[in-house]
Design a protein. Structure first.
Length: 105
């Protein structure tokens, strides 16, 4: 599991708002998923959260970019989405675009 400084180093390539919001989102993920494994995937430019080493064990990912931030969900197509928050057209995954601190909260 990467330490906080490794995460902040990874996020340093993004603007302050994206980095700050990603750290807030990270804390929520860590607080709500006990014993989750956190991994930085530099080639994919994301922070992954899983309970094992297989793709099937992946729960969610934080995806920072120059344009903003996304919280992606493995098997997101199977999640209920009554408020139509989930976006994406993949066969398995979906994501929520994070546009503000209020949305994170």
């Amino acid at each position: 599991m990467p330490n906080h400084s490794a995460i902040t180093q990874f996020l340093s390539m993004y603007n302050d708002e994206v980095s700050h919001n990603a750290l807030l989102l990270r804390q929520i993920v860590l607080n709500n998923l006990p014993n989750i494994i956190e991994q930085i995937d530099e080639p994919a430019k994301m922070i992954a959260y899983c309970y094992g080493q297989k793709y099937a064990d992946l729960i969610c990912v934080i995806i920072p970019s120059k344009k903003g931030l996304k919280l992606g969900f493995n098997r997101g197509t199977a999640l209920p989405d009554p408020n139509k928050l989930l976006a994406g057209t993949g066969k398995i995954s979906r994501y929520v675009a994070i546009n503000s601190i209020e949305q994170i909260n």
